[in-house]
Design a protein around this ligand. Structure first.
Ligand code: ATP
Ligand code: MG
Length: 466
């Protein structure tokens, strides 16, 4: 394993075990590359201690766990060889493994499988030595002989611009190009082992070669993979193939709301409400798991062949924000659906997703984004300062009660906005009942004054953040 991959694994282990935050790791990765430029090659763990982000004990604990894993890998070879020679059977092996486990409880000394077998009298010292020497010999052979040419996998980095269709990334065949996005390209593919259709998002070369964005990619994929919900695209796998990072996910055969609006114009209100309700139920599930999407927009709201919404890119948003600051524009990505707090660089929570979904609902109903300006910065500032257009200035008539829900989702100040997705859902369901059955008594009219809070647009306890 090269030192870079080792550090990557080390950082990942710190994160998974909550021993450090990603911001701390990012800071040390930057420091590490600065020092590398000065000809040094410090270990990431030492830098974490130097910056007082981690204790030496935590770093050592992670190293010990990794060391143990390497020994166990060696033990696996030993086990295979001893079994192949018929010197031990499965029962003896089980007994030795359980003895080894008992011993390892009394750390720090890690007992090797060979020690356990000798201790228990199952192998003589001579037999154990013969096996160890054989394994060593095999390893030396593997290292010195060039890999067999025709079947050896190509490990050289894939060059930018290479045609990827037809390639197999660790068991996933890339079949056809779906679309390019901000982070890379999405392909339709097949998971060969299970014979199932998948979508494969391959990170661009620029992001794949940036350690900080990779940390973020891995971490957020872990968060997204926790989510299991009918309206959220499932993440199946994450990997790296010849220098390119990729994510394998559920394939959605259909369209997305951006294409749908571009091709057919505004979406009829009942349909738009159904789409929004489905997206709100996805957001509610994310909220329950403490995951904020941060990039809800029509492109990320896919519509499957049954007309059901599937939210894409959970947790993957704005990977760009993790690149070095000098390389990133001050406002990155799509600004049309950005919440005021996102523009202001504040902490984000579930209400950001509610705002962006409100902006998407606005566009579903009217065929236009809420704000237009000649520059991205102009649009971003309008999210912060410019009130929404009054009902009578909308390009398409919208039912006042429905527009009030849009206003509640898009309130600029968070205390004025729906606190959680299910609050918006309650009001939207009332409007839906009204539209589907016009005889239903209408809910009492609410004033549209921004100072007045709707009964359900009230503060709840702050959503849990990751
Ligand atoms: N799981 C999927 N199944 C089918 N198509 C998908 C899937 N994920 C994404 N797509 C399609 O690929 C397109 C590109 O997706 P991608 O996420 O790369 O870019 P984007 O959503 O347009 O922008 P961003 O990079 O900011 O998210 C999407 O708009 C969608 O139509
Ligand atoms: Mg996307």
């Amino acid at each position: 394993m090269d030192p870079d991959s080792f550090d990557l694994l080390f950082g990942k282990t710190l994160l998974i075990n909550d021993l450090a935050t990603e911001a701390q790791i990012r800071e040390c990765v930057v420091l590490q590359s600065d020092r590398a430029a000065d000809g040094e090659s410090p270990f990431l763990g030492d830098l974490m201690v130097e910056k007082s982000f981690c204790s030496r004990e935590d770093v050592d604990a992670v190293l010990r766990a990794q060391y143990k894993q390497e020994l166990l890998r060696d033990d696996l070879d030993f086990k295979k060889e001893a079994l192949a020679r018929g010197w031990i059977g499965e029962t003896v092996l089980e007994e030795a493994l359980s003895h080894q486990r008992d011993c390892s409880v009394n750390e720090p000394s890690i007992q090797r499988l060979s020690d356990a077998l000798i201790d228990r009298g199952h192998l003589s010292l001579h037999q154990a030595l013969l096996i160890l020497l054989h394994i060593k010999h095999q390893k030396r052979l593997e290292q010195s002989s060039p890999p067999p040419q025709p079947s050896s996998p190509d490990t050289s980095p894939i060059e930018e611009g290479t045609h990827l269709e037809g390639q197999v990334f660790d068991g996933y065949e890339i079949q056809s190009h779906i679309a390019a996005g901000g982070m890379g390209v999405v392909y339709k593919g097949e998971q060969l082992s299970l014979n199932r259709e998948v979508a494969i998002k391959i990170l661009s070369h620029r992001l794949s070669s940036n350690t900080k964005s990779i940390y973020q990619f891995i971490r957020e994929a872990h968060a997204a993979a926790r989510l299991s919900h009918g309206h959220i695209i499932r993440i199946f796998d994450l990997g790296q193939y010849r220098g390119l990072y990729y994510m394998v996910m559920e394939y959605v055969s259909g369209t997305n709301l951006r294409q749908r609006i571009e091709e057919q114009g505004p979406i009829p209100p009942i349909q738009a409400i159904h789409y929004t309700l489905q997206a709100l139920s996805a957001l509610q599930a994310g909220y329950a798991e403490g995951v904020v999407h941060k990039d809800i927009k029509p492109e990320n709201l896919l519509v499957d062949e049954h007309g059901q919404i599937k939210v894409a890119d959970y947790g993957l948003a704005r990977i760009e924000d993790y690149l070095e600051t000098e390389k990133k524009p001050s406002i990155s990505g799509t600004v049309q659906y950005m919440s005021p707090e996102q523009v202001n660089g504040e902490d984000l929570d579930i209400q950001t997703d509610i705002y962006s979904l409100g902006a998407s609902l606005f566009e579903m109903l009217t065929g236009e984004p809420p704000f237009r300006a000649t520059t991205s910065m102009g649009v971003a500032l309008m999210h912060v300062r410019q009130p929404l257009r009054p009902l009578e200035e909308l390009p398409v008539p919208v039912l006042p009660d429905l527009y009030r829900v849009v206003e509640g989702m898009m309130a600029k100040a968070r205390p004025e906005r729906y606190a959680i997705p299910s609050d918006a859902e309650t009001d939207l369901r009332k409007v839906l009942a009204q539209l589907e059955n016009p005889q239903t008594p209408q809910p009492a009219k609410k004033k549209t004054s921004p100072e007045r809070k709707s009964s359900s647009i009230r503060r709840r306890k702050r959503p849990r953040r990751r």
